[in-house]
Design a protein around this ligand. Structure first.
Ligand code: LLP
Length: 441
């Protein structure tokens, strides 16, 4: 397993993260356990912020909180001078409870409810990323009732789709999100918005994909957005002050993943903006981005206790852990691949090839296929790396399992940031109708 950030093997032959022995963490907090290397999260935030500072452009780096949204993380992002992208009332609530400055919160989503819009306007958030015509008019109406003018970006689909190593340029993007640049709906949105009294148009937003290892897709998106900005300026006399190019910067989950340094992505984006706006004599806009995975992904490690094994001679050996798709649905959902090691026997040589199964009642609940490990014993601690993004965030109570605890580790100290769920968290909202209670008397 590749050792990210402060992870290392200590003198006892144990995995250590943030200066804390992983076996101590499991004794103190139990398993499964999400462990975050706080120094690495902060380092990732700084890599983005410093790269933008070097560009000389005005900017905001908004952490896409959907990747991992808990109060301690929101607090950390605020301390690191990040802005925050939220996509629901729950994420907004978490951020506000954590004391995140509202004026640096951006609200996304293709179907914001009236309640969400009201909550966000009342909180005086920094900006709405408007996704569709209905939202635009609802937002204008609610803002009017509340005698406020709200700042808006328009989410556009630029006809660029990027995944890992390739990007494709599509004529018209078939997407549930945003206004299409190619078919004129983005232009119509701006035209309609111009006539609305309660929206202050900042500019446009585009997000081209996730886990991207190349800069070409971002460059092309910047080019298309700039061409659109020039067109809108000429036709509607509207000048964009902000361009948001979304998230999607890739990370190394397994060998063969080759992400670029964050500074390389930022430089490609800021250079493309300078070129494409500068050459059109357009006042340079502020640049915003929204990294999620690249802020928290490789800083997360999940620790499990190994339980049962099942060997099928000539076929494979299954090794089961005390979690699975309930704490990490990504292998089942996306065929995501992970690396892992025995945290309590980290220096021992591999002796067998095993497949790591979860404990949930579903054959598809497999975390890793064909992993080289020392001879596994019940009670060993399995560490799966790179589980910081979209793991806790997408965890479920399937089979009514309790969601794990989350700890931040740094400089030899471990702090609980989310408590392990209790049975009351799992069943506490259940109600038995009175008539059933009476019938059973
Ligand atoms: N901005 C927008 C508008 C987005 O839709 C997303 C991710 C991001 C930013 C952050 O993207 P990132 O930097 O994290 O790639 N559950 C999936 C990922 C879904 C991403 C959705 N949007 C997974 O586990 O891979």
């Amino acid at each position: 397993m590749y050792l990210h950030g402060t992870s290392k093997i200590n003198d006892q032959g144990h995995l250590e993260i943030g200066g804390v022995d992983a076996t101590k963490l499991t004794q103190e907090f139990g398993t499964p356990l999400y462990v975050f290397d706080e120094a690495l999260v902060r380092q990732r935030c700084r890599e983005f912020v410093e790269a933008f500072q070097a560009s000389g452009l005005k900017f905001q780096v908004a952490y896409a909180s959907k990747a991992f949204c808990v109060m301690a993380m929101c607090r950390l992002a605020a301390e690191e001078n990040m802005s925050l992208d939220v996509v629901s009332d729950g994420e907004l609530y978490t951020a506000l409870q954590a004391g995140f400055p509202a004026d640096r919160i951006h609200f996304h989503g293709n179907n914001k409810t009236i309640e969400e819009i009201e909550m966000a306007i009342d909180a005086k958030i920094g900006c709405f990323v408007v996704d569709n015509f209905a939202e635009l008019h609802t937002l204008n109406a609610i803002a009017g009732e509340k005698r406020q003018k709200v700042k808006v970006l328009f989410r556009v689909t630029p006809g660029v789709e990027a995944h890992t190593h390739e990007f494709i340029s599509t004529g018209q993007t078939d997407s549930k999100f945003g206004f299409d640049l190619g078919n004129g709906s983005a232009f119509r949105a701006l035209e309609e918005a111009k006539a609305l009294p309660n929206v202050d148009i900042l500019g446009v937003h585009s997000h081209i994909g996730s886990q991207i290892f190349e800069v070409d897709g971002f460059r092309m998106a910047a080019e298309r957005v700039a061409a659109f900005a020039v067109h809108v300026r000429k036709e509607l006399d509207l000048t964009f002050r902000v361009i948001n190019l979304g998230g999607g910067f890739g990370i190394r989950y397994i060998e063969g993943h080759t992400p670029l340094p964050m500074a390389t992505y930022v430089k490609a984006i800021t250079d493309a903006i300078k070129e494409n706006f500068g050459s059109n004599d357009y006042p340079l806009p502020e640049i915003w981005i929204e990294p999620g995975r690249s802020i928290v992904g490789d800083a997360g490690t999940t620790l499990y206790t190994i339980g049962s094994t099942k060997e099928i001679p000539g076929v494979r050996k299954y090794v089961a852990v005390d979690g699975g798709m309930s704490d990490n649905p990504r292998p089942a959902l996306y065929d995501a691949q992970y690396e892992a090691m025995l945290a309590n026997r980290a220096t021992e040589q591999p002796e067998e090839v095993v497949s790591i199964a979860g404990k949930l009642c579903e054959s598809g609940d497999m975390l890793i296929w064909d992993l080289n490990l020392p001879k596994v014993q019940t009670g060993d601690i399995l560490a799966v790396s790179c589980t910081g993004a979209y793991n806790y965030a997408m965890a479920s109570n399937y089979n009514r399992v309790r969601r794990p605890a989350v700890v931040f580790v740094k400089d030899g100290q471990a702090d609980l940031v989310v408590k392990r769920e209790t049975f009351d968290n799992v069943a506490g909202n259940d109600l038995i109708p009175e008539r059933m209670k009476q019938a059973s008397k």
